[in-house]
Ligand binder design. Structure first.
Ligand SMILES: NC(=O)C1=CN([C@@H]2O[C@H](COP(=O)(O)OP(=O)(O)OC[C@H]3O[C@@H](n4cnc5c(N)ncnc54)[C@H](OP(=O)(O)O)[C@@H]3O)[C@@H](O)[C@H]2O)C=CC1
Ligand SMILES: O=C(CO)COP(=O)(O)O
Ligand SMILES: [Zn+2]
Length: 350
């Protein structure tokens, strides 16, 4: 008997483009939400775009968050209980968006994502990634009801945040390889649609890497569309599998052992060069990944991530411990093998 079911949750309105921040009120109006909005933001986006957002709503409330943590989610939930919002509007980067996403889930209200940077695919997905003690939780939550991404604003954001978003997308390539491996060896549920969409998104970005340049609104457009596409792939899969494999385990481990050194996207990009080498050997696609990252001004070495060789090798050899997700690193690789892959790919220089 066939008993399989799937429930794909997607945003209803996705508005990307020139000056669309001023269409936020209209995009939200089409969702037929009731009550006042609580705008969840962080200091810089609040300063850059807070007033433009507030001007479009009746009686908006604002909460400014400083860090992404479970405590911040709890605090926001308490603030929201006092404000009694009909919905949340997350304005900013991954920090306010992740927190609003989780708080909206706790409060049983919807949220709208208004990214001001294109730093990673969490800005459009139905998952929050929150560190806690020795681990990092990838928490399932509903995706945004709408995404409004103003490419004028995003093109003006620091270039390194955009290159991090690009690298996060490029890493989908190895994430899908890990997912397929897990299907073959552990019979893990796999979605052909989600896998193909994620892989195609990464390939398109690699092919167009030479067109993505600082300050260009067209570049912000290409990157945001790719981030939306990656978020949709995760929604179809019902997990972050299409966009998070062994390269993400390495990055999550670095967040624990060498916090604050580099951006999420940059870490997963460098890690992806190495996990592609582990998947396919010296003649695999690792050079294409490395060259695309370099073309985008994204780091390709441990030193460019602000890490010394020992820190990188320690993260490589222990990444498999961080989460129960079958990848090419299952069981762990030993120090000699880690040094070999990092050296062969030029990530460390020995
Ligand atoms: N859900 C998911 O799948 C994922 C979630 N994450 C999470 O996302 C967070 C990291 O994301 P990230 O976007 O880098 O974090 P932030 O939200 O901290 O944004 C990065 C920086 O950009 C600043 N900023 C935001 N918008 C602009 C702008 N338009 N112009 C200039 N500066 C701007 C912020 O300033 P300020 O702080 O002053 O406001 C901050 O310093 C982490 O909490 C991480 O755990 C990471 C990966 C995946
Ligand atoms: O960063 C992500 C996808 O790019 C989310 O992945 P995690 O599920 O590993 O937190
Ligand atoms: Zn990521």
């Amino acid at each position: 008997m066939f008993e399989k079911t799937t429930w794909i949750k997607l945003p209803r309105n996705v508005l990307v483009g020139h000056g669309v921040l001023d269409d936020l009120g209209e995009a939200v109006g089409e969702l037929y939400l009731t009550g006042r909005p609580l705008i969840v933001t962080s200091p810089t986006p609040n300063e850059i775009a807070g007033d433009r957002v507030r001007a479009q709503f009746d009686d908006p409330a604002t909460a400014v968050v400083e860090e992404a943590s479970f405590e911040a989610v709890e605090e926001l939930t308490e603030t929201a209980e006092a404000v009694d919002p009909g919905y949340l509007i997350a304005l900013g980067g991954g920090k306010p968006i992740d927190i609003a996403k989780m708080a909206a889930d706790h409060l049983g209200v919807g949220f709208v994502s208004v990214p001001t940077v294109a730093s990673h695919d969490g800005i459009v997905s139905g998952r929050s990634s929150i560190p806690e003690g020795d681990t990092r939780h990838s928490v399932a939550a509903d995706p945004p009801l709408a995404v409004v991404a103003d490419t004028t604003l995003i093109a003006e954001a620091p270039w390194r945040l955009t290159t991090a978003g690009c690298a996060d997308i490029i890493s989908n390539y190895t994430a899908v390889k890990d997912w397929r491996l897990a299907r073959r060896l552990r019979n893990v549920e796999y979605s052909e649609y989600a896998g193909a969409l994620s892989e195609m998104t990464a390939e398109l970005l690699v092919e167009n890497a030479d067109m993505i340049r600082p300050g260009l609104e067209e570049s912000a457009w290409v990157v945001v569309k790719a981030l939306v596409s990656s978020g949709v792939a995760m929604s179809i899969a019902g997990s972050s599998r299409p966009a998070s494999g062994a390269e993400h385990l390495i990055s999550h481990q670095l967040d624990r052992t060498a916090p604050g050194r580099a951006l999420h996207g940059h870490q997963v990009g460098v890690a992806s060069i190495m996990t592609e080498y582990l998947h396919s050997g010296e003649n695999g696609e690792w050079t294409a990944i490395r060259d695309a990252l370099a073309e985008l001004d994204a780091p390709t070495t441990a030193a460019e991530l602000g890490l010394d060789d020992a820190e990188l090798i320690a993260a490589l050899t222990s990444a498999h411990e961080i989460r129960d997700r079958y990848t090419i690193l299952q069981g762990g690789i030993n120090e000699a093998a880690a040094i070999e892959v990092a050296t062969a790919t030029g990530v460390i220089d020995r």
